[in-house]
Design a protein around this ligand. Structure first.
Ligand code: IMP
Ligand code: MG
Length: 172
């Protein structure tokens, strides 16, 4: 059986989601803000975040596949689902579960920038720096975790563990 080592509990997650939501509400007051959640991992984070934000926002999703059943990126990024609405002149905030190597977010930043939005920024639940090989500007980060493969609160390993309310490091 794989071992689950607790990393962040529900309360710690909630506290940071609330703080980031407040900051976003201040920074984007009066803007035409569009959250784009990266499926599937960010679905719980995004749904908690939008309910803590105090300004009107719209929501879209994008689906990227690069991991399969592995714990490291294959580096081949595919878009499996694209946002349906027009991004032109919108303030786009990409909502990610984890930024690891940075390949996925770099790809998404380039992709969304090509539609002429007013701005594109990144909001991540976890900034995992261990394997970062791209320099990226992350505007909002809830937690920095140095290493390990994380599961729970939307994060999976081969589609398992997403339903857990806390975040754990998986030891296989
Ligand atoms: P990157 O392209 O290497 O930055 O990988 C980012 C994507 O890989 C994230 O959107 C996650 O879905 C997935 N990922 C990276 N690290 C983990 C992890 O520790 N647990 C679960 N998914 C992860
Ligand atoms: Mg993901």
């Amino acid at each position: 059986m794989p071992e689950l080592i607790p990393i962040l509990n529900k309360k710690e997650i909630e506290k940071k989601v609330h703080a980031v939501a407040q900051q976003i509400s201040t920074d984007y007051a009066g803007c035409d803000l569009l959250f784009i959640g990266v499926l599937k991992g960010a679905f719980i984070f995004l749904s908690d975040l939008i309910r803590q934000v105090t300004i009107p926002v719209k929501v879209e999703f994008v689906k990227v596949s690069s991991y399969g059943g592995n714990t490291s990126s294959t580096g081949h990024i595919k878009l499996a689902y694209k946002p349906e609405s027009d991004l032109k002149n919108k303030d786009v905030l990409i909502v990610e579960d984890i930024i690891d190597t940075g390949l996925t977010i770099c790809y998404l930043l380039d992709y969304f920038s090509s539609f002429g939005p007013k701005s594109v920024q990144v909001c991540t639940l976890i900034d995992k720096r261990e394997r970062r090989d791209k320099k990226i500007k992350i505007r909002y980060t809830c937690h920095v975790v140095e290493e390990g493969f994380l599961v729970g609160y939307g994060l999976d390993y081969a589609e398992n563990y997403r339903y857990l309310p806390d975040i754990y490091c998986l030891k296989i």
